[in-house]
Design a protein around this ligand. Structure first.
Ligand code: NAD
Length: 432
């Protein structure tokens, strides 16, 4: 099948590469000329495990190309995916500028029947807006489909290739049939393809992210109560997770959720509910709890030292989660800003996000080549992202490098007993 994917970010590039991997002819379009040139040289603009290899293989086979020429890509394709960003607008709602402008460009370029598939996360009614733009511009036949994406950064290829489910909002039989065919290679293991109306498909994506964000904020509050009453959140988590109605996933407390999706999608859902005079009270609380949770590690550091002025703080982990270089809304940002504002010096390390961090903090912090270097002369260590390589460090080496052996673990990577034996003063989340 001939496919165009507009937007080569985390979603578009992964989707394009995976559709090519299953034998389709895919052209990925981006307006960012530098990104397209980079991809044509075989360089990845983002870090995502396994992506580079799939892109390389499919480029070599001639099934995957990159261009800035959207009209040509549309003319050459039957299915056109829109996978551009839908950032948070000033009032919290999803900013649909990119989606709608791409919809207009697609409409102008049409030369026959096309299926325009919205893969970006968009509020209910957006597929109707795209439909309207196209209807106004062209007399060619077309279908508009909503196909929200559920992949996780850091495991995006696997999630795309072996999805839990594929959601397709399609209201005509022709588009449904083609979408089912396109996705059939990814659902052979039995994952359901759920065909529904566009409004339900659009809402499903927000409901999924809002539910996941709610679990995180809920567990963060449970952890905060654990600290007050002398309970251990790890034990509580195990106890409740074994209830099949609850399940074990997504029950880990920490320093708050970040990333390009949960914060903006929670905001957008609150907003489009309130546009219809509905106050989504749970989500308002989820968001508030998350903002407070992002300040807790700093509060613990401040409480321990009295003042952090003049202290050197090592920070392990800058990306919003492991296995990505993405720092959008990362909890590391407010923590580091609070430390700098309070007069501390920060020495940070992240396995993949150092380049992105330089763009963010410039020369305000020191960038360490590895996690041990970050500890040299440090008064304490703050762990913000649970990268695997941080889980089994050499504690003796760490203690020798640090000025004082104090760890603030925002991800509960170690156990309090282990830390006591290793000679550290240890603070974590929800455990005494
Ligand atoms: P991104 O910011 O990484 O990438 C968006 C890309 O679109 C950029 O390369 C940008 O240059 C390009 N673009 C913008 N306007 C364009 C235009 N007019 N023509 C051509 N290209 C254009 O975004 P992302 O993280 O891939 O997210 C895309 C959408 O998918 C969002 O709606 C997001 O909410 C949703 N989503 C993201 C994830 C995730 O994990 N990142 C997961 C599921 C869904």
């Amino acid at each position: 099948m001939k496919i165009a994917v507009v937007g080569t970010g985390y979603v578009g590039l992964v989707a394009g590469a995976c559709f090519a991997e299953s034998g389709n002819d895919v052209v990925c379009v981006d307006k960012d000329d530098a990104k397209v040139r980079m991809l044509r040289r075989g360089k990845m603009p983002i870090y995502e495990p396994g992506l580079e290899e799939i892109v390389r293989r499919n480029r070599a086979e001639g099934r995957l190309t990159f261009t800035t020429n959207l009209p040509k890509a549309v003319r050459d394709s039957l299915v056109v995916f829109i996978a551009v960003g839908t950032p948070q607008g000033e009032d919290g709602s999803a900013d649909l500028r990119h989606v709608l402008s791409v919809g207009g460009e697609i409409a102008k370029a049409m030369n026959g029947y096309k299926i325009i598939v919205d893969k970006s996360t968009v509020p209910v009614g957006t597929s109707e807006k795209v439909r309207e733009i196209i209807r106004r511009t062209t007399t060619h036949p077309f279908s508009v489909v909503s196909n929200p994406e559920f992949l996780k950064q850091g495991a995006a290829i696997d999630d795309f290739m072996k999805p839990d489910r594929v959601v397709i909002g399609a209201e005509d039989a022709r588009a449904q049939e083609i979408m089912l065919e396109l996705y059939s290679p990814f659902t052979r293991t039995g994952a359901p393809i759920m065909v529904m109306d566009c409004a339900s498909a659009e809402l499903s994506k927000y409901a999924a992210n809002a539910m996941l964000a709610s679990r995180i904020s809920f567990m963060n509050e449970v952890a905060n109560v654990c600290e007050l009453v002398g309970a251990d959140v790890d034990q509580v988590r195990r106890a409740i997770g074994s209830d099949r109605r609850i399940g074990t996933a997504f029950l880990f407390p920490g320093v708050g959720y970040g990333g390009s999706c949960f914060p903006k999608d929670v905001q957008a859902m609150i907003r489009f509910a309130s546009d219809r005079d509905y106050a989504f009270r749970i989500l308002e609380a989820v968001e508030k709890v998350n903002e407070l949770q992002k300040t807790r590690l700093f509060s613990k550091i401040k409480k321990h030292f009295g003042t952090v002025k003049g202290k050197t703080v090592a920070v392990w982990g800058l990306s919003f989660k492991p296995k990505t270089d993405d720092m959008r809304e990362a909890p590391s940002i407010p923590l580091i800003e609070a430390l700098l504002n309070a007069g501390a010096t920060v020495q940070a390390h992240d396995p993949e996000a150092m380049k992105v961090a330089r763009g963010h903090f410039g020369s305000k912090i020191a960038y360490s080549a590895n996690n041990y270097d970050a500890l040299k002369g440090a008064d304490c260590l703050a762990i913000v992202t649970e990268w695997n390589e941080f889980r089994r460090p050499d504690f003796d080496r760490m203690r020798k490098l640090m000025r004082s052996p104090v760890i603030f673990d925002g991800r509960n990577l170690f156990t309090p007993d282990q830390m006591k034996q290793s000679g550290f003063t240890y603070y974590s989340i929800g455990r005494n």
